[in-house]
Every structure is written in structure tokens, then in C-alpha cells.
Write a protein that binds this ligand. Sequence first.
Ligand SMILES: Cc1cc2nc3c(=O)[nH]c(=O)nc-3n(C[C@H](O)[C@H](O)[C@H](O)COP(=O)(O)O)c2cc1C
Ligand code: SF4
Ligand code: SF4
Length: 473
Amino acid sequence: MVNWLRMEFTNGSLKTKDMNKKDKIDLSVNFAGIKAPNPFWLASAPPTNSGYQIMKAFDAGWGGAVWKTLGMPTINVSSRYGSTNYRDTRMAGFSNIELISDRPLEDNLREMAEVKKHFPDHAVIASLMVDTRKEWEDIIKQVEDAGADGIELNFGCPHGMCERGMGSAVGQEPEVLKTIVEWVMEASNIPVITKLSPNISHIVDPGLAAVQGKTDAISLINTVKSIVGIDLDSYAPYPVVDGKGTNGGYCGPAVKPIALHMLKDLMQHPEIKNTPISGIGGIETWRDVVEFILLGATSVQVCTAVMHYGFGIVRELESGLINFMEDKGYTTIYDFAGKALPNVTDWKHLNLKSEVKAKINEDKCIGCDLCYIACDDGAHQAIAWPTDGSRIPTIIEKNCVGCNLCSLVCPVEDCITMEKFDDGTEHETWHELTESDRIPNTWNDDRAGGKGHYVPEPAEALKHKRKDKAGIK
Ligand SMILES: Cc1cc2nc3c(=O)[nH]c(=O)nc-3n(C[C@H](O)[C@H](O)[C@H](O)COP(=O)(O)O)c2cc1C
Ligand code: SF4
Ligand code: SF4
């Protein structure tokens, strides 16, 4: 069952409690001058294709919407979407080869004005993608006249539009991006958000270019250039269009780690960190929202989760965020925005003296042996499988390097926990070793593999030979 349903069913008193919490907690945001009743916005994508959908979403509880990108006339292909289904999870990753809006511009503008009439306090942002300076100036005037609260520049689409020199073709060229941001800032009377492409090795380059072009805000990420799979009959990539395919843009839960990392890179940059950032990429639950805010985002945008489960997920986002804020004593999201940033550092600043080791809770263990196999084959041979016929493994403490793998593969919640082993008094980092000219030049450090923990002799691998003897001399 998906998390947002479980949340509603397991927390019976949620509704009554929320009434009190809502009085104290203020979810409203002022994002670079764009005001909204809450930070939950729809990303520019199929859920924001029409006024009908956006009004339905606002009615369900969303605080803002970035309209499906407007620009020049386009034609779409059929089919358009592909997905990575992981075991029982459908759409763990999602891919599309769709272009910007193929609906007439005048229809979109008319509907935008109607949405603003019904929802004057909600954020309606026009995502735009055009080519020449004149086209940018013209379309900016049109969306301003339609009542848009802000503009988002789509410099991210990694398929189709980039072949015509737009979308990610701009996002990958910081100098071009900066020039267009400058054009837009000169023409626009409403706040401008520059949406970045993740299809670049150093996100700070386009981020800095946007800031130097004087953008009001940044959003990220757009989709990741990808191929989700190959059809084993037609030998074409998904989604297959008459026997052929092309790279798509990847999004959904699978891309969240990429988005969080890029958000952190921007928020830690001295020249970018004061620019508001709208976080996008794989957001599905309230926890995802909190994580993006902790890394500095002050609004979030959602696409795939809404395409999967519908606008109703905003109820779980809202109640979960309120619960979190009440538990921690926050009244606005600005009270905790960016609070995780000081804890994200370079590897060289991590404490080499800190030590954790795995511990198995025998009462919870179901004897599946996944931890034993993972540690023996994939880690450090620090789990012993019982020889007396029982099925509860034990940790060989002196071998355990505290890598976490067993606790990650264990299917039982909190059955394997990682326990602190050092007394917390010692602190030494690689940076400190470097600075004091003490970098190890032998393999003798107690923490190094072979000395610090036992490694079996190669021949021990053959003690339990495969029964069929395949491949073994
Ligand atoms: C089918 C589809 C169409 C999209 N169209 C646009 C678009 O027109 N403009 C845009 O800026 N981003 C577009 N996106 C990207 C989303 O706005 C968003 O950046 C991306 O999907 C990551 O968010 P998610 O993981 O919540 O889906 C599209 C995404 C999908 C899946
Ligand atoms: S933490 Fe790593 S080394 Fe320790 S028992 Fe688990 S898998 Fe093995
Ligand atoms: S993976 Fe967890 S449940 Fe399975 S044997 Fe190991 S400790 Fe027990």
C-alpha cells in the first residue's frame, strides 16, 4: 500500500488533531514574491495541462501550479511514457518523450485568467520556452496579461525541444542561459524562476549563470536524460513509437537523490544560497517534502506522484508536514528551511574515529539469511550462520566494519540496527591527517582491511562447493 494511504488508516486521530495544529501552523509561503497558501505546487507537466486540472488541484489543497510549458505550436508522438517497474513497485522511475504544451496558446491564456479569477490567492506560474528575444518578450507580455503570478523558464527538457536548440540545450550552456535570463528579466514585471536541467556534471555552473543573469529564483530538477529499457521484440527503446524510440526524460522516486544533491550544491554556494529554490524530483510523501526543505527549498513541485496517484496525495503531504512541524516546534517552513545544510560536508571532514557495528535483534529475526549472504558475498564476512540448525545469525564483531549493508537488506524493520561502538571522545579527519602530514603510508592502520578485520583465505571459499560442480575444477 502506498504511504499516503497507510498514513490515513493508521493514524485514527489525525483529523481532529489537525484542526488544532492548523490554527498554530502557518504553511503559507512568499517565494521570491510569489505568494501561495502552502509550499505544495504542481510541476509543469501533464497535471497542469489545463485550467480544469489546476482548478481541481487547488480545490484538493495544492497551493500553486506551474502551467504545462507554453511556447510555439508542437505535435506529440504516441506513445510517450515509459517506466522502471522495480519488483512490486510500479513507476519507481518514470520516463517521457513529451514536448511542451500542444494546446493552442490562446486557450491556455484564457484558462489561466479563469483560474486566477477563482483562486486569486493561489500561485499560478507560467512555464515558458521560446527561441528568440522577441518571442520571449511577446509571450511574457501575454502571460502577464493573463494574470500569471510568476514565470518559470524551462531550460530543462532533454528530448525533442533540445534538438531545436531549446530546453536542456540552453540548460547545458551557462552563457546562453545567462543571456536569456537577462532578456527575460528586462521584459518581465513578475517574478522569474529559472528551472535547471540536471543533465550537466556541475549544477553550480548554470545555477550561477542564472543568478548572474539576475533571476529571482531557481527551480530544479527537470528530467534526467535516459533510456528506461529496450523492448525485446522490436529492439527499440521504450516508449516505442512505430518501431523506434529516443532518449526520454527520467523522473519519479528514482531521481530524488540526484535532485537533493543538486539542491544542496546550490544552497551551499555563497553566491547562490540567498536565491529562493523550488525543489523538484521524486517527491511523493511528506518526508520527501521535509527533506527538500531541510536542504533549503522553500517550495516544492510534484509531477510523477500526481500522475501516479492523483491530486489527493496533497492531503498526506499537508498532514504529514504539519505533524512534523508540530513535533519539532516549528510554526512556518522558514523555521527549518536549510537546517540540514551545515551537516552536509566533504568526505575529508568526516570523523574517522567514529565506529558503528551491526546488532541483530533475535526476537525480530525471521531467519531469512539475506544479511548473511549479503555480508559474506558482498561485504566483509562478518555474519556467522548457525551450524546447529537454528536460523538466527550472529555478528562477528571484530570483522564488522559498520558498512550498513545487512541492515539495508534485512526485510524486518529495526531488526538489524547499527550501534555506536566508540565512546565519542576521539575525533580525527582525513583533512586533519593531511594538514598535519600524517597521511598513512603503510597498510598498518587498525581500521584498514586485513589488519583491522579478518579476511578469509581464498581456499575457504571452496569449503562448501556447488553441488553441480559447474565451473569448478
Ligand atoms: C510527462 C511529463 C511531461 C513534462 N513536461 C514538462 C514541461 O512541459 N515543462 C517542464 O518544465 N517540465 C516538464 N516535466 C518535468 C517535470 O516538471 C519535473 O521537473 C520532473 O518530472 C521531476 O519531477 P517528478 O519526479 O515529481 O516527476 C515533465 C515531466 C513529465 C513526466
Ligand atoms: S554492517 Fe557490513 S560488515 Fe557489519 S555485519 Fe553488516 S554487512 Fe557485515
Ligand atoms: S536479514 Fe534480518 S531477518 Fe533475515 S536473517 Fe538477517 S537479521 Fe534475520
